[in-house]
Design a protein around this ligand. Structure first.
Ligand code: FES
Ligand code: FE
Length: 441
């Protein structure tokens, strides 16, 4: 047993030592062994609509520039001037052919070339003009752009393993391709980043933590049959530390506000087109709900009326920053779009009905870890005794923790074995060969 994970299969019981949420040495090791060595989500290709669009963003503690060059190619640069290091691009987003460093005025194109420097004759004819530095690897899958700072890392598709199929499900909601909507949520929490990983696919907390939200839904549309939705759910290990919880087709509607007949008809017409393209089984899956964590820090939640992408950034053992975006079909009509945005703001937003509840719980846990010496372990055993792990169990978290433990301590713990998934949760997309390109930059 490692000092961090107690994985007792006989009892059965799974516990995580709370030091992993508080210890600066663990935090330093995470940076070196996880955030410097895995694929990390940077952004969605559709955030950069035109040539020379850019976003600046921190990933794995590094300041980066996410841009399209003038030829429309996605490029990622380290946001530091090769001259003496000043942050080159100090805006959050914009469109610019050239980025000029505020310190001594060196200017770079979005292709990373140094195009001018004040008084350049002082450098002599042999001087090699340095271009912008880039992360070791940049790849995208279905528009999701990832970077890695490890030149030796496996290719992105291999790394994503079973998670790629769930990015397909989310991306296939529009035959035109999903787009990230303008507008971003930024918030922070005084809690360890892994607490939000756990929370992002924790189906157990919803009714108690978000009681007010459910009271509002019940008042608006009558009692909710959450039990039947849970009974028809699964928690799935996707490999490499990634995991997802899935709920049956249509279960998102149970937890959301009612849609008008017109909006339902519009959605149904879109699904009809998707059925013709991808087959009934795939679209039934697509119409279900899912909460996925792609190890270590990317969350994709497709729950009530929308798809949320959440990037979690560890800043200190007890502090994280979070960025979130909403994905949508570009062809969506006004009512569905309004509901989607309303839900993104009023449910998931930093001042919404759900996220502040969650942040409150995570911060209360983090501050209570001050007594880690007296109460060392957190319990994550839920559902371990059954043959079928469901959404409100904790198998998805154990999957994350085993991978985390393997990377941090080298201890390999065997995966849990469960009954095979029913066929309706493995139905393939009919035109599988058509398009799942990994683009290398
Ligand atoms: Fe950028 Fe000198 S540090 S021009
Ligand atoms: Fe929650």
């Amino acid at each position: 047993m490692s000092q961090y994970i107690d994985d007792d299969r006989r009892m059965p019981r799974f516990r995580v030592n709370r030091k992993v949420m508080t210890d600066p040495d663990v935090f330093a090791r995470e940076k070196e062994k996880i955030f410097d060595k895995t694929w990390l989500y940077l952004g969605h290709e559709t955030e950069l609509r035109k040539p020379n669009d850019f976003k600046t963003r921190n990933v794995g503690g590094r300041p980066l520039i996410f841009t399209r060059d003038k030829k429309g190619r996605i490029r990622v640069w380290v946001n530091s001037c090769p001259h003496r290091g000043a942050m080159l691009c100090r805006e959050g987003s914009g469109n610019a052919r050239f980025m000029t460093c505020a310190y001594h005025g060196w200017s770079f194109s979005t292709s990373g070339d140094l195009v001018s420097m004040p008084g350049d004759t002082a450098y002599g004819p042999g001087f090699e003009r340095p271009g912008l530095a880039a992360p070791a690897k940049v790849d995208s899958y279905r528009g999701f752009v990832f970077v890695s700072f490890d030149p030796e890392i496996v290719d992105l598709k291999t790394y994503l393993a079973g998670a790629a199929e769930y990015l397909d499900l989310v991306s296939d909601m529009s035959v035109e391709g999903m787009e990230a909507l303008e507008g971003t949520h930024h918030y922070s929490a005084r809690a360890n980043w892994k607490l939000l990983v756990e929370n992002s696919f924790d189906g157990y907390h919803a009714m108690s933590t978000h009681q007010r939200y459910f009271e509002m839904i019940v008042a608006a549309r009558g009692p909710i049959d959450a039990g039947s939705s849970l009974a028809n759910s699964r928690s799935i290990n996707l490999g490499n530390g990634h995991a997802v919880t899935v709920g049956a087709s249509g279960s998102g509607d149970i937890f959301g506000r009612a849609l008008s007949a017109e909006a339902r008809a519009e959605r149904e017409a879109r699904y009809e087109r998707l059925r013709a393209k991808y087959g009934e089984g795939w679209v039934e899956r697509l119409n279900g709900i899912r909460n996925m964590v792609i190890f270590p820090n990317l969350v994709v939640i497709d729950l009530v009326m929308g798809v949320v992408i959440r990037k979690i950034d560890p800043i200190a053992p007890d502090y994280m920053e979070v960025t979130a975006w909403e994905l949508a079909p570009p062809e969506e009509g006004p009512e569905l779009k309004r509901q989607r945005l309303d839900n993104f703001l009023t449910f998931w937003g930093p001042g919404g009905l759900a996220s502040p509840d969650d942040v409150e719980m995570l911060e209360s846990a983090q501050s209570a870890y001050a007594s880690v010496a007296e109460l060392e372990w957190s319990d994550i055993s839920r559902g371990m005794h059954s043959n079928v792990p469901i959404q409100s169990d904790e198998y998805q978290m154990r999957t994350f923790w085993r991978r985390w433990n393997e990377i941090i301590t080298g201890e390999v713990l065997p995966p849990e074995e469960y009954d095979p998934l029913p066929g309706y949760w493995t139905a393939p997309r009919l035109d599988l060969e058509a398009d799942t390109p990994v683009t290398s930059f």
